[in-house]
Design a protein around this ligand. Structure first.
Ligand code: ZN
Length: 277
């Protein structure tokens, strides 16, 4: 069996010192590919540098950067940063495999008044950045990696409008079977991560039990989204791409298929979306 972490912030400084060791551990666990989204212009160059600093020839682990702007970081960003993103994508088109992570976040919008901004203005800016990135993905024929929180009702209509040919991944999916289905109908796949290691996430677990295996991919979101202690998480330790194995084990318990069948199909799902020419 082989594994891919389809969403890992490997450029985060918590990993820097131990990165060679971490990549060796990944190789030993057959984690052969790691997809690395960007979150804001300040980290574009660091995600792009990783595959050069840690080449596959040395590590046996392929690193795949993406470029995008996350909805959490818009406060200090302006149109100039969108232009920077578009230029960077144009310059590095053959080095990246997706636009992301982008998305819409309802919890951030709700908190805007605490920072002296109206909820409406916050949504307007989130939409401006999200729409720009959906347009970019469409123009560049790239998949998108989408962050959601309290925002399925806003993201789905947007995706219906844009009809992206390469679709993308709904990162850290949590939600109902119906919400999941509306993404699958648009060609999207669902990123399955730490959420399913918490038994209280009943709605999400029930949805993931019933959805076609063709719609799922594994992810950790490391160093964020820690897995549960029961599933192998360690208190006080940041999440790590090696925990993709723990997420896989929990998924294998939830699903009816054998571990081999699941692992093979999940890799194929990523091949189809990102790695087929
Ligand atoms: Zn992320």
């Amino acid at each position: 069996m082989k594994f891919t972490d389809s969403h890992c912030h490997l450029d985060d400084k918590v990993f820097t010192a131990q990165l060679p060791t971490l990549l060796t551990q990944c190789r030993q666990l057959a984690i052969n590919r790691i997809i690395i989204p960007a979150i804001l212009p300040a980290n574009f160059d660091s995600v792009l540098a990783l595959p050069k600093q840690h080449p596959k020839e040395k590590t046996q682990v392929s690193l795949y950067p993406c470029l995008g702007i996350h909805p959490w970081f818009l406060d200090k960003l302006t149109d100039i940063h969108l232009e920077q993103l578009a230029n960077k994508v144009a310059q590095t088109r053959s080095d990246i495999i997706a636009i992301g992570e982008t998305g819409l976040d309802g919890a951030i919008a709700k908190k805007a008044p605490e920072h002296g901004q109206s909820i409406e203005d916050n949504w307007a800016k989130q939409y401006q950045f999200f729409d720009f990135q959906l347009n970019l993905a469409k123009a560049e024929q790239l998949p998108v990696i989408i962050h959601h929180r309290q925002s399925h009702d806003k993201i789905v209509p947007r995706l219906k409008k844009y009809q992206l040919s390469k679709a993308g991944i709904i990162h850290g999916f949590s939600g109902s079977y119906q919400q999941a289905k509306s993404y699958l109908d648009l060609g999207f796949k669902l990123g399955i991560g730490g959420t399913i290691t918490y038994p209280r996430a009943k709605k999400t677990i029930n949805a993931i039990k019933r959805l076609p295996l063709e719609s799922l991919v594994l992810e950790t979101d490391a160093p964020s989204m820690p897995i549960s202690i029961e599933a192998g998480g360690v208190i006080g330790q940041p999440n790590s791409p090696v925990h993709i194995i723990n997420v896989f084990q929990v998924l294998s318990e939830i699903r009816a298929e054998s571990a081999e069948v699941i692992a093979t199909q999940l890799e194929k799902n990523l091949d189809d979306m990102f790695f087929s020419k």
